[in-house]
Write a protein that binds this ligand. Structure first.
Ligand code: TXA
Ligand code: MG
Length: 339
């Protein structure tokens, strides 16, 4: 299959190009498009055959459900049962934006979207290209991140092309995504609500509006998996990755020790740094920034760049905290296989 690249102006999407991409969706094809978080791989959310193409192109396990993207509130009404009051308040406050809400689904949503669950994940992205594409297609779109399953999510059209060229119909190039990590996923069918995936919208912002939000236990040994996607290794570069925890002096000397051992064993070693001055002789050091907004924007690019450099071992400084840092720490842990 030939994948067509359509360059579209993110500030003022050309109607003729949006129309061209929307026609592909209507015919049951697949179109990668930018959102404010990461690029998504879109298909008609009401067409099971089109959705099957998304699973196939990504190599995604069929029990991992997809987020349905809408552009209007009638889109919400079409696919989800009437949300509880607290969910409506969230929607009003944060849509369009990096927040995915789990609601009870309506029958019209095919089982292949939800992996057979009676709930559906819904979000209204804050991106002009995404919104105009959904409107023009006239249907809600499923859109998982447009990467091969398990790889770091794409924040640029060329990342999508590297993973999916030849496997999908169209890639819209709408520039770099604004946030860089995926949306926050919150289950509003539980009381209190449950955070299933920290992401672009800090959970503290959500709590200001709906009160306490319970964190899903990260141990899947003891709790049933509520968000099926969480049980797979994710965002993972080819290299083995380790995060060195501890206070900063101890971390620096431990990283040096591990790096020197890796080099002695003949490995190509990468260092993922959040402190500018941090360097280890003989290693490829990449600086992700220190402010969370910067780190979120760079993290997946850096993981992909280490792959390109042929790095065998990535040693990372620790990173974490509240707000956006929580989502970043989650992606970092999963990349290191500590999901
Ligand atoms: O920012 C984002 O959310 C991006 C952009 C493209 O919108 N999309 C994205 O999709 O990250 P994906 O498929 O990579 O991640 C969807 C997550 C998975 O962890 C999945 O298990 C969860 O949402 N999910 C989807 N439907 C669900 C449901 N009904 N109940 C619980 N979790 C669900
Ligand atoms: Mg994904």
């Amino acid at each position: 299959m030939m994948t067509k690249i359509l360059k579209i102006n993110p500030l003022s999407p050309e109607p003729s190009k949006i129309k061209e991409a929307a026609e592909v969706i209507k015919r049951g094809g697949t179109v990668a498009f930018p959102t404010e978080t990461v690029y998504g791989l879109g298909a008609d959310a009401l067409n099971p055959e089109a959705i099957l193409k998304v699973f196939k192109a990504k190599g995604r396990p069929s029990d991992n459900p997809l987020i349905v993207h809408i552009a209007t509130f009638s889109g919400l009404e079409l696919i989800a049962k009437r949300p509880a009051k607290s969910a409506l308040v969230l929607i009003k406050e944060f849509w369009p934006g990096p927040l995915t809400i789990i609601l009870k689904k309506k029958k019209i949503v095919p089982d292949i979207v939800t992996g057979g669950l009676d709930t559906v994940a819904v979000r209204m992205p804050d991106n002009k290209i995404a919104l105009s594409l959904i409107k023009k297609a006239g249907v809600p779109l499923v859109a998982p991140s447009a990467n091969l399953s398990g790889k770091p999510s794409p924040t640029r059209a060329k990342d999508v092309a590297a993973d999916l060229s030849g496997k999908i119909d169209v890639i819209i190039d709408g520039g770099k995504t604004r946030i860089g990590i995926e949306s926050t996923v919150i289950d509003m069918t539980t009381s209190p609500p449950t955070l299933l995936r920290p992401g672009g919208l800090p959970v503290e912002e959500i709590e200001k509006v709906v009160g306490h939000v319970q964190r899903q236990s990260m141990s899947h040994e003891t709790t049933p998996v509520r968000s099926p996607g969480l049980k797979y290794r994710h965002y993972a570069p080819k290299a083995r990755m380790v995060i060195v925890e501890g206070d900063s002096d101890a971390v620096q000397s431990e990283i040096k020790k591990l790096a020197e051992k890796g080099l002695k064993d003949g490995k190509k070693v990468g260092i993922l740094a959040f402190h500018k001055e941090f360097r280890v002789e003989g290693c490829i050091t990449k600086y992700a920034g220190s402010r969370p907004g910067t780190v979120a924007g760079r993290l997946f690019n850096i993981l992909r760049a280490f792959d390109k450099d042929g790095v065998d071992l990535i040693i990372s400084e620790p990173y974490g905290g509240n707000g956006l840092k929580l989502g970043i720490a989650d992606r970092l842990r999963r990349a290191a296989g500590q999901g």
